[in-house]
Every structure is written in C-alpha cells, then in structure tokens.
Design a protein around this ligand. Sequence first.
Ligand SMILES: CC(C)(COP(=O)(O)OP(=O)(O)OC[C@H]1O[C@@H](n2cnc3c(N)ncnc32)[C@H](O)[C@@H]1OP(=O)(O)O)[C@@H](O)C(=O)NCCC(=O)NCCS
Length: 165
Amino acid sequence: MIAPNTSMTPTPGTPSLGMAPTIEVRAATAQDLGQVIAIDTEVTGIEKVDYWYELFHRYGSRTLKQRSFLVAADGAEIVGFIIGEVRDWEFGSPPCGWVFGLSVKPSSRLSGVATLMLDSICAGFARSGVKKVRTLLARDNGLVMSFFRSQGMVAAPVIALERDL
Ligand SMILES: CC(C)(COP(=O)(O)OP(=O)(O)OC[C@H]1O[C@@H](n2cnc3c(N)ncnc32)[C@H](O)[C@@H]1OP(=O)(O)O)[C@@H](O)C(=O)NCCC(=O)NCCS
C-alpha cells in the first residue's frame, strides 16, 4: 500500500480547520468509509454506497502495493480523501501515477488539505519508482483545474475519447 503518514499543523486561526492542531494523511480504514461517503455525497450530490465499498475492497489497506486510498483526518473527523494508483504501460506510456478521486469537505477547503494529500500520494508514487503523475478531470470543472494547475500540473500528451454505446 502506498500510504505514507503525513501531517501538518494548519496556520493558526485558519477557520475551516477549527480547533484541531493537526491534519494527518493516512491509509483509509473501513471505519472511515461512512465519512468518505458523506463527503462524496455532499460534493457530488449522489450517494454511492456500493461503489465506495467496492473501491475500498480494491484500493483499501489490504490491497495491492501500487494502489492507494488515503484520507485526511482532523482528529476523528475525515476532511478529505484521495485515491490513485500506479498503472504500468497503459496506452503505451511508461508506468506513471494516476490520481482519479479527490475531494475535500467544503468546510475544510482552502487550508492546504488537498495539497497535503496530493503531496502524500505523489511521495508514494515516487517511492514506487515512477517519474510522473497524471489525472483526468471534467473540462468544465474550473475548481479542480485551478487546484491541479496550482500544483504544477499541465496538459498531458494524451487525450480522452468516447462514443455512445
Ligand atoms: C479542488 C479541491 C480538492 C481543493 O481542495 P483544498 O483543500 O481547498 O485545496 P488547497 O487548500 O490545497 O488549495 C491549493 C491551491 O489550489 C487552488 N485552489 C483551491 N481552491 C480554489 C478555489 N476555490 N478557487 C481558485 N483556486 C483554488 C489555489 O491555488 C490554492 O492555493 P492558495 O490557497 O495558496 O491560493 C476542493 O475544492 C474540492 O474537493 N473540490 C471538489 C472536487 C470535486 O469536484 N470532486 C469530485 C470529482 S473527483
């Protein structure tokens, strides 16, 4: 499991992080799933309980080394999650890290939580030996685009294609 424990002390007075002194980024546990589902439901407006349990089964703590499902914990409260994996030679590209799930609780945003989680998952990818991280996002999701651009990510030399079935 690529799951380094990372923590930070938020800027004093940061309102969204309240009284808690430290955010810890760690591997998700089964006990965290209820709060992860609640964040995802709040952010996307769709509750997907079966999806999250299946994802945890595949990416949670008992799974393969190249997969990572991390949460940001503010004490007992889960304030964000990030999910990714190293994919080998997909579409002919050398192995690289992919981030495919990222959300921070609205009340905990703009305090560096997503930055901390991305740093943590990228550190795990780097330890696996890959040199690049990629993600996919909706073209009209300006918020997520602003976040990834702030982290130094730029357009990749690949494009996504689709058709109706
Ligand atoms: C994108 C998201 C993960 C950012 O989380 P966060 O913890 O607030 O991000 P950070 O505090 O680490 O922000 C880092 C940088 O991102 C950029 N950023 C973050 N939120 C921003 C906003 N609302 N507007 C513009 N830039 C923003 C800024 O450059 C920021 O740096 P700064 O605070 O020094 O200006 C969070 O807003 C979120 O969960 N959005 C919904 C995600 C989503 O749609 N998920 C479903 C599909 S996967």
